[in-house]
Design a protein around this ligand. Structure first.
Ligand code: G1P
Ligand code: ZN
Length: 509
């Protein structure tokens, strides 16, 4: 406590016309702030802490999977009392407020020691008292919840018992490093060299902290030599994950959630809580649908973005969900959770004692394979992208488009339906329109075009392609070969290269 009250200044400010969703509504009287030690806490840990302490909301300062630091991006996430990303009604309100904001309160002399855990109380003027800042261990509360979800003794046997496997986890210099070290190494006994890039750096060591084949290429390369049985990478704030097997065998995120669904009772949490429903975002492949069908568990297809899952979870309708964009999670919190996904996979490996590749190929043999690829065209000129989408929508909504047959080489694809995806939330009826253009062919193959919403310059055009194959003689192809015809059709329909001035995508997954 300081001797005399610290001065609070109210400063004039100007409205922001362009800050959607903008800063959060810190107009409420704030009596207590909880911050991770040294300012570090992963997005899933924040979600966990908000729920545990019944906080009114949380703010995460992160550019998530975007490159950060002085030459990169800065970002603000606002999570509500349920622990998940703010729904659109809230972000719209924030946006509105940011256009009329006229003053804000700040306390320039307040100094918080971020390095020491415990409570610090400050005597502020008038309505802001008492003001308490609590610095907490960023890992402990979250690790505790994982201990209740998984069987740590069983996982410890897998990672450090007589017959242990070797793993390699790449934190990409994001916030997950301390979590990996404490949970996987210290507690589960994985050797120190199984955790790489675990020191959080402000600029992520100059790399792009997004776990995919392009940005986590070093890990893929490391895995190729065959020393490690299991590999994973995380994004800057720890909510995304990429799973790899021995020799760099890549598990597509759409397949990853399907494998977890098919083996869900390897995770003790679900043995107790049961399984209420599965969900995937619309552009995610239908691999999860196949598992839902066989297990007779309800499947929801939502728009892109985790907030749509949160509403289903709050209503007790959803247990496990995933997105093709390297997001996997469950109703233990309201965010996707990279480390949870890793422990889910390790629980499956510990139970089945098979390699990642064997588990994946056996899955395809049982359920068929959804070949999947995503092309990202990053930082495209917004006008060019919007015009392309408008023209595409016009074309696919023409009656003549339906039933049209596209022939590439020997393959024929007949259009069955095409639309601009819209979603009505089954819990509160909220309608979300304009969520991506879908062209669905007879047999279930799909071409999807969607404009991204998390880039900070221009816009990312996403092209998603999904095709189902149940013939077990045809399930072992390279996805780029298996999907070549559909890619050709998508390029021809959209003229995306001509319209964007690109000769190819920035990232292929
Ligand atoms: C991207 C992904 C989406 C994910 C979001 C946040 O959004 O496509 O699945 O939920 O990041 O991690 P986009 O930029 O495509 O709108
Ligand atoms: Zn993230």
């Amino acid at each position: 406590m300081t001797d005399s009250p610290l001065q609070v200044l109210t400063l004039p400010t100007a409205p922001y016309p362009d800050q959607r969703p903008g800063t959060s509504g810190l107009r409420k009287k704030v009596g207590r702030l909880v911050i991770g030690q040294n300012g570090i806490m992963s997005t899933p840990a924040v979600s966990c802490v908000i729920r545990k302490m019944k906080a009114i909301s949380g703010i995460i300062l992160t550019a998530s999977h975007n490159p950060g630091g002085p030459d990169g991006d800065f970002g603000i996430k606002f999570n509500t009392a349920k622990g998940g990303p703010a729904p659109q009604a809230v972000t719209n309100k924030i946006f509105q407020m940011s256009r009329t904001i006229e003053e804000y309160a700040i306390c320039p002399d307040l100094r918080v020691d971020l390095g020491t855990t415990g409570k610090q109380t400050f005597d502020l003027e008038n309505k802001f008292k008492p003001f308490t800042v609590e610095i907490v261990d960023p890992v402990e509360s979250y690790a505790n919840s994982l201990r209740n979800i998984f069987d740590f003794a069983f996982l410890k046997e897998l990672l450090s018992g007589d017959n242990h496997i070797q793993i390699c986890l790449d934190a990409m210099h994001g916030v997950v490093g301390p979590y990996v070290k404490k949970i996987l190494c210290e507690e589960l006994g994985s050797p120190a060299n199984s955790a790489i890039n675990c020191e959080p750096l402000e600029n992520f060591g100059g790399h792009h902290p997004d776990p995919n084949l392009t940005n986590a290429a070093d890990l893929v390369e490391t895995m190729r030599n065959g020393q490690y049985d299991f590999g994973a990478a995380f994004d800057g704030d720890g909510d995304r994950n990429m799973i790899l097997g021995k020799h760099g065998f890549f598990v597509n995120p759409s397949d990853s959630v399907a494998v977890i669904a098919a083996n869900i009772f390897c995770i003790p949490y679900f043995q107790h809580a049961g399984v209420r429903g599965f969900a995937r975002s619309m552009p995610t492949s239908a691999a999860l649908d196949m598992v839902a069908k066989v297990t007779k568990i309800q499947l929801y297809e939502t728009p892109t973005g985790w907030k749509f899952f949160g509403s289903l979870m709050d209503a007790g309708r959803l247990s496990l969900c995933g997105e093709e964009s390297f997001g996997t999670g469950s109703d233990h919190i309201r965010e996707k959770d990279g480390l949870w996904a890793v422990l889910a996979w390790l629980s499956i490996l510990a139970t089945r004692r098979q390699s990642v590749e064997d588990i994946m190929t056996e899955h395809w043999r049982t359920y068929g394979r959804n070949y999947y690829t995503r092309f990202d065209y990053e930082e495209v000129d917004l006008d060019a992208a919007v015009e392309m989408m408008l023209d595409l929508e016009l074309m696919i909504s023409d009656k003549a488009f339906i039933k049209q047959v596209f022939t590439v080489g020997e393959k024929k694809y007949q259009v069955e339906t095409a639309d601009n995806f819209e979603y009505s939330d089954p819990v509160d009826g909220t309608i979300s329109r304009n969520q991506g253009l879908r062209i669905i062919f007879k047999g279930g193959s799909r071409i999807i075009f969607r404009l991204g919403g998390t880039g900070s310059f221009g816009v990312t055009v996403h092209l998603y392609i999904d095709s189902y194959e149940k013939d077990i003689n045809k399930i072992f192809q390279d996805p780029q070969v298996a999907l070549a015809e559909l890619v050709a059709i998508a390029l021809q329909l959209s003229h995306i290269h001509e319209r964007t001035g690109r000769s190819g995508p920035t990232v292929i997954t």
